[in-house]
Design a protein around this ligand. Structure first.
Ligand SMILES: Nc1ncnc2c1ncn2[C@@H]1O[C@H](COP(=O)(O)OP(=O)(O)O)[C@@H](O)[C@H]1O
Ligand SMILES: [Mg+2]
Length: 357
């Protein structure tokens, strides 16, 4: 009998963790995605010219609303995030808004403001980037959030940690547990909430290696389909109704990448991602990372089940399973009690002060 594995291991560079499919895509409802670049798709729906580059209104040194001094500028797929110093509160803050090329579209502006307000409703949690309030400057909506400092030399999001020797199995399990706890909180606050764009670039990792879910920017955008091809569940591709199990599929893709250092499929074009997500199971994680315990492999594969009914059914289930895995792996109990995290008095006090003004 041949020793050929059932799923041949793709060459290391075929599953390297990069590429256009890692960008958020927004496509008109029930329309097939035409190409790998998201810009032309947005151009179709919102009339944004595909040649438009990343743009931002403020430059380093400007003061937004006379209060927030811009110290750094970050770009995501659609947003611009200003790292600022808040001269009124004397604290660092991040201010997120739409890039200028989208900001002129009233529908996009309204969607952004609506989603930002949902994010604020999630309130404080150690594993969610805290959004304090939504304000308008120059008639553009901005969501004001905590500013996250990444680990020295690591960049601020989980993408930077993938495949890095500092992401040990123990840390990966801790991060997995933190993401699940963040999502568990979000769904408890807003029952039925679906993030729709869970991916490593939307998990920030602070300078104590604590993971925080961010970019709750598409949570109830029902009139558009959105997501990032490398992480989109079969039902998302099919334009079916979504529920928290859709995020659990994306979470399975993130765990796969964290535990193996490989993306789940060797796809490139969006159509290829679609067919892989719809029809294929990835190579078993232990074939790429033999040190991974059996139970962890089984859990990842369950998250990646094509049928939502065969996945873990909710975040509570995942939190208890990961806590048990963490205990088995380290001999230590997992921290599920948030009083272990220092109380950030300012993050409670600030919104109250702002509201009273
Ligand atoms: N609160 C924050 N603190 C520090 N950096 C941030 C913060 N939020 C976002 N960033 C940086 O900005 C980038 C884009 O942010 P994100 O919210 O994901 O925008 P988009 O919606 O466009 O994807 C992130 O990858 C990160 O580098
Ligand atoms: Mg993002």
């Amino acid at each position: 009998m041949s020793n050929e594995p059932k799923h041949p291991i793709p060459p290391a560079d075929a599953t390297r963790l990069a590429g256009g499919a890692y960008r958020t895509q927004i496509v008109p409802n029930r329309t097939r995605v035409a190409g790998a670049g998201y810009q032309s798709i947005l151009a179709t729906q919102f009339g944004v010219p595909s040649f438009a580059g990343r743009t931002e209104r403020y430059k380093i040194g400007d003061r937004i609303g006379g209060q927030y001094e811009v110290l750094a500028i970050h770009h995501g797929s659609m947003g611009v995030v200003y790292g600022t110093f808040d001269h009124k509160e004397q604290l660092p803050r991040a201010l997120k808004t739409l890039q200028e090329r989208f900001a002129s579209k009233p529908k996009m502006r309204d969607l952004f403001a609506e989603e930002a307000a949902t994010w604020v409703r999630l309130e404080k949690h150690p594993f969610i980037v805290r959004a304090y309030l939504v304000e308008k400057y120059d008639s553009q909506p901005y969501v004001i959030t905590e500013y996250v400092r990444g680990e020295e030399g690591m960049g601020v999001d989980l993408q930077a940690w993938l495949g890095h020797p500092r992401l040990t199995l123990k840390l990966a399990v801790e991060v997995a547990l933190q993401i699940a706890q963040g999502m568990q909180h979000a769904v408890r606050k807003i029952p039925g909430l679906v993030h729709r764009d869970l991916k490593p670039a939307n998990i920030l990792v602070d300078n104590r290696a604590r993971a925080m879910v961010t970019d709750f920017g598409l949570v109830c955008a029902t009139e558009v389909e959105a997501g990032t091809p490398a992480y989109m569940a079969p039902e998302q591709w099919r334009g079916e109704s979504l529920d928290p199990r859709t995020d659990i599929y994306a979470y399975g893709c993130i765990l796969y990448e964290m535990f193996t250092g490989h993306r789940i499929f060797a796809a490139e074009a969006v159509e290829q991602w679609k067919s892989e997500h719809l029809t294929r199971m990835p190579v078993a994680p232990r074939m790429l990372q033999p040190d991974l315990p059996d139970e962890m492999e089984a859990m990842v594969m369950r998250c990646l089940a094509k049928v939502p009914g065969c996945r873990p059914q909710n975040w509570d289930e995942l939190v208890s399973e990961l806590a048990a895995q963490f205990h088995r792996l380290t001999g230590q109990p997992a921290v599920l009690d948030f009083s272990a995290y220092e109380l950030d008095v300012w993050s409670y006090a600030t919104p109250a002060i702002r509201c009273c003004n």
